[in-house]
Design a protein around this ligand. Structure first.
Ligand code: UDP
Ligand code: MG
Length: 318
């Protein structure tokens, strides 16, 4: 069975249209499927529309949050509850074209565990969005351990074993693309052009966007913390050279009284402070990793001879 997971937030003008489009594709594909909607605290009639869909179509399940928790958490919830052998996450505004589903499924049937849809262009994206987006991906790939493909989105298919691994990542601030880029397994990509939204406006406010961008860097990298340490070391070296120079000036008598002492103290304590901050940063980065409490490892092969293996338990329970 294939699960389609779709977060919706105030999408009253899109859900029915989206639902019909996905249903057509899935019927053509001829595989068993469910569509799991996560209503992320919508304040319009999205919830009623979902209820109507669920009562008319046995393929539909709908979960409604008590309030808006954001797109990343809504997708996570969907992946927690999806029962499929493969789970496809996609937006409910038609920007992730349902026509791509057969391609994702095809790659999965070829044996790939994670099939990532890569957006080559967005039809309604302005120049600023395009430039900030590519700049952002360059930064994140330079400093983080998890490769994130430019144009990556949360439109992807995951095999059940990758879903089970993903469920063990329980951190609160999450950038799903980064986690999945770091998960391994056999990954493949499929390209698409994102059309403009079917109806309504983007539900990603500037604030939500910045928050996600920040999470993307801070949850997948402690390089910013380590930078302080390196800057501290550099400024200590510089400070030391400066002290030698100032001392020389003092010996030669080219100084105003007090200047040498002031300069030496300033450069000494400036670099000591940065160094101290850097060391504190190293501890904080370790506390941060512990607090994230990510799984220590995950097994890629589902014949793993481990009775505690979640893959085994899931198979037994299926
Ligand atoms: N969404 C959500 N919670 C939010 C914001 C968005 O569930 O707080 C959903 C939204 O309904 C849509 C998907 O996430 O199905 C992508 O959002 P949107 O299209 O607004 O983002 P954009 O395509 O503009 O980046
Ligand atoms: Mg959209």
């Amino acid at each position: 069975m294939i699960s389609i997971v779709t977060p919706v937030y105030n999408e009253e003008d899109n859900v029915v249209y989206f639902h019909d489009a996905v249903t057509r594709v899935m019927k053509d594909l001829g595989m068993d499927y469910e569509i799991l909607y996560i209503n992320d605290g919508s304040t319009d009639s999205t919830e009623q529309k979902l209820r109507t869909l669920a009562s008319a179509d046995p393929h539909v399940r709908a979960i409604s949050f008590a309030r808006n928790f954001g797109h990343q958490i809504a997708i996570t919830c969907g992946m927690d509850f999806a029962d499929g052998d493969a789970v496809i996450t996609m937006d409910g505004d038609m920007q992730h074209p349902p026509a791509l589903i057969p391609k994702l499924v095809g790659k999965w049937q070829e044996g790939y565990d994670i099939v990532q849809a890569i957006r080559t262009a967005t039809e309604d994206a302005g120049f600023v969005k395009r430039v900030t987006s590519s700049g952002y991906y360059a930064v994140i790939n330079a400093i983080s351990d998890s490769p994130v493909r430019p144009g990556g989105s949360d439109f992807r298919l995951m095999d059940r074993k990758a879903i089970l691994t993903f469920r063990r990542f329980r951190e609160h601030s999450r950038f799903i693309r980064g986690i999945i880029g770091n998960m391994g397994y056999r990954q493949a990509t499929v390209e698409y052009v994102a059309p403009a939204r079917h109806a309504g406006v983007s539900k990603f406010s500037m604030k939500k966007m910045l928050h996600l961008a920040m999470d993307g860097i801070l949850t997948n990298s402690t390089v910013p913390l380590r930078m302080i340490f390196y800057v501290g070391v550099l400024s200590m070296i510089f400070g030391f050279l400066l002290i030698l120079y100032v001392f020389g000036c003092w010996v030669l008598g080219h100084t105003v009284p007090g200047w040498a002492t002031m300069t030496i103290l300033l450069s000494l304590f400036g670099s000591l402070q940065l160094l101290g901050l850097g060391i504190v940063g190293e501890y904080i980065s370790r506390i941060f990793k512990e607090a994230q409490n990510r799984p220590l490892y995950w097994i890629g092969d589902d014949t793993a001879d481990d009775p505690a293996s979640p893959y085994r338990q899931a198979r037994a329970g299926r």
